[in-house]
Design a protein around this ligand. Sequence first.
Ligand code: SF4
Length: 407
Amino acid sequence: MSDVPLAQPPLPGPIVVRDARPGISGLSPDRLQAWFQERGEPAYRVRQVEDAVWRSSASTMADVATLPAALRDALEGAVRFDTVGETELRFADGGNTEKALHRLSDGALVESVLMHYPAGVGRRERHTLCISSQAGCAVGCPFCATGELGFTRDLETAEIVDQVRHAARRLAADGRHLTNVVYMGMGEPLLNLDRVLESIEALNDPARLGLGARHITVSTSGVVPGMRRLTALGPQFTLAVSLHAARDALRDVLVPLNRRWPVAEVVAAAIDHAAATGRRVSYEVTLIDGVNDTDLDATAMAELLRGQRAHVNLIPMNPVAHTPWRASPMDRIETFAGLLRSAGVQTTIRRNRGQEIGAACGQLAAERAGEPPVAAVDRRRRLLIDASLAALRGERSDEPSPVGVGD
Ligand code: SF4
């Protein structure tokens, strides 16, 4: 699917050179310490900076009143206090979903979504932020607006972390605090794994954000070597696998990475992660009417996950432009869920958040990218229909894996 010639106009906005200064929130305490030591500054300056970055309402270096002006100027020349520039906010679901579109220093656009869950019986109030790890994505899942945009670049550590700082500041202004972070926004986190791991370290570190590992979820469309590396690190992060189909023929179409790492390999790596961490793996399944919501697919998924430490989330497909598909009807989703549950697989049906503001990953950025030519859209739709019909007949795709993925 990756070579469908859908014209992709560049993201609008001024052409600007990327700011070469690293973001301060992406620097490890050791690097920060070394910077101050080289200048003969006392060790407590590191703590002052960490307080300003993580526990104050300061949004620029100039706001950091605890540091002398000369030191603020020196820091300003060496690092950026915030790597996430201009941010546009949209609200939906009665204020319970906040979508942020962030413009980075080179004009790249990325999105984060803050979801508020009120307290319920035996359940505390939660504020979960979904963040991006790449601008665009190379995997090219055809039901995803980010996949359609194509890949722009990996995000820097601070560009990932600063999406969290922005949301944490907005929450703190209302006396609330962030409870969960999920790496499920734009991009495939395990294809930018080094930067993602550094960002997790910053979020997890008690001296910085201090969010428990169990409150951090990393999602993947199935980059098996990255999954194994994550497992080997040990901490109890939750792993979420974008499964979408249990049969290879269909998954080849819905998650083109499947042509490189087939579903059995992905699930085997996820099972090992669950065994090593004691954490249940979450499997995300976007249900598309008449494509992957058949009884045959539910049964195949039940067989794949039967007896595993697994939780399936069924999500009706968000309306995404330029596909021939739509969300499965709710009665079909309930039947699918029933077949999984009858095999003992824990299953939840999730409702879509913030559809009226394009809350699914990549939708706002895609909106800004403009409309591709009608002929290209028609061709893509025809190819998707042909590919999904072939998949329903059980025929594997002969397309290569996406360029630059899984080499
Ligand atoms: S669903 Fe995830 S992996 Fe697939 S194209 Fe979208 S962002 Fe990339």
